[in-house]
Design a binder for this molecule. Structure first.
Ligand SMILES: CC(C)(COP(=O)(O)OP(=O)(O)OC[C@H]1O[C@@H](n2cnc3c(N)ncnc32)[C@H](O)[C@@H]1OP(=O)(O)O)[C@@H](O)C(=O)NCCC(=O)NCCS
Length: 171
């Protein structure tokens, strides 16, 4: 049976391994380590899926900045998310997103951004970020950059560009 829970001390190596096997490279696992060691890490918003005592999935939401012409707002960025190849397509990613979003709603963060599949994230309430006046700091197809308000309508009258922590620069 799969259970989903927040990351605990001692999970670090397994999380790195899940990212390595899911992405087929070590970049995302290293990013998770860098974020965990930074002030952008939000304890409780690094979440794992566990089969017995084996970690089979991981999702991270960490702090980023939404910069507008007159304000800087601290928001969450969802990245990366990984499920071991042999466990993919069974709803584990979905369970982790829902669990992490529930916890995020009890945080003080007003919104979450994600770069990902435009057919996948709307089921959790994400909408095209540009429709809310929110933009990525890099050039990507409009529909792959999405945002979810954790506080309803918090982004009304806000327009800005997301700035990621320096550790994202290598991605
Ligand atoms: C993306 C990922 C975490 C999804 O986990 P999962 O447990 O397979 O997800 P679920 O079973 O809950 O849902 C499967 C859905 O994920 C969608 N999906 C979202 N992002 C995806 C991605 N990058 N690659 C493949 N499928 C993805 C599929 O389209 C599928 O949609 P459907 O329900 O309409 O069929 C997993 O496929 C994975 O680790 N992929 C490799 C790493 C990756 O690309 N991560 C995302 C970028 S950070």
């Amino acid at each position: 049976m799969i259970t989903v829970r927040p990351e605990m001390p001692g999970d670090e190596d397994a999380i790195r391994q899940v990212n390595l096997l899911a992405f087929g490279r070590d970049v995302e696992g290293k990013l998770v380590d860098l974020i965990r060691g930074s002030r952008f890490y939000v304890p409780g918003l690094s979440v794992v899926a566990v089969d017995g005592n084996i970690i089979v999935g991981h999702i991270l939401m960490s702090a980023a900045m939404l910069v507008s012409s007159h304000d800087v707002m601290s928001i969450l960025a969802l990245a990366p998310m990984s499920v071991l190849p042999e466990y993919q397509g069974r709803g584990i990613g979905t369970e982790m997103v829902r669990f992490a979003l529930e916890r995020a709603k009890s945080s003080l963060f007003p919104a979450v951004v994600v770069l990902g599949h435009p057919e996948y994230y709307p089921r959790f309430g994400f909408v095209k970020a540009s429709d809310k006046g929110i933009y990525a700091p890099f050039t990507i197809p409009d529909e792959v950059y999405m945002v979810l308000e954790l506080i309803p309508n918090v982004l009304d009258n806000v327009t800005g560009t997301v700035r990621y922590p320096p550790c994202f620069a290598d991605l």
